[in-house]
Design a protein around this ligand. Structure first.
Ligand code: IMP
Length: 200
């Protein structure tokens, strides 16, 4: 089945395409060009739905199934920041590195070398048959010194529970089994399976 992703974040596209390898997974930007989607929802689920609905409304009616991910990292000791603002923590258009550096600065400003943290992912599926949202979480801690080149975003400062290495250092195959996105996508699988049978 064709699944259109309402994201062009290369890290997310890679992780989602890996998990749905039996489907044809295409980022929306290859079909309808760049769109400016205003993510003004008050939580991850609302923003995931905003993205998926925007892309769905631009596609030819009928067959399209759109999947979106809205995700981010939260640090309880920093009032759960950056949360839904993870992609623009250091300002609109900030790079992954700038956002990570702002989080490190804020940890240091509180005298913290590390702090508990968790990633959240909301996955929305919008199809002619209906809309669905599922969530996944990955708990761990953030540290004040980036380590490793793997993953994306905040991965070089995030150590998952039960590990000593950051997601920047760990094998991507491990992240694929324990991540917030993997867990949410696992829940999205039966939804996609049901839609696949309807669209076959
Ligand atoms: P979104 O694209 O608006 O959902 O923003 C997601 C932001 O959260 C990304 O830009 C990253 O900063 C962060 N993020 C989400 N998932 C991950 C992950 O798996 N690793 C690292 N950073 C992530």
């Amino acid at each position: 089945m064709k699944i259109i992703l309402a994201t062009s974040n290369r890290g997310k596209v890679r992780e989602i395409a890996d998990l749905f390898s039996e489907d044809e997974v295409t980022p929306y930007s290859e079909l309808i060009g760049p769109m400016h989607i205003v993510e003004n929802g008050s939580d991850f689920a609302a923003n995931a739905l905003i993205k998926a609905r925007s892309v769905f409304s631009k596609l030819p009616k009928g067959g399209a199934v759109v999947l979106s991910d809205d995700s981010g990292i939260s640090v309880p000791l920093l009032n759960h920041e950056p949360g839904i603002f993870s992609a623009r923590y250091a300002g609109e258009g900030a790079s992954d590195r700038e956002n990570l550096e702002k989080l490190v600065e804020n940890l240091k400003a509180r005298g913290l070398q590390e702090a508990p943290a968790y990633y959240t992912a909301a996955i929305a599926v919008v199809s002619p048959e209906g809309e669905y949202v599922v969530h996944g979480w990955m708990h761990g801690r953030v540290i004040d010194t980036p380590r490793g080149e793997g993953g994306f975003g905040y991965d070089p400062i995030f150590i998952p529970e039960g590990y000593d290495q950051t997601l920047g250092e760990l094998d991507p195959a491990i992240k694929r089994t324990i991540s917030h996105r993997a867990k949410a996508l696992e829940l999205a699988k039966p939804i996609i399976g049901m839609l696949r049978s309807l669209h076959a």
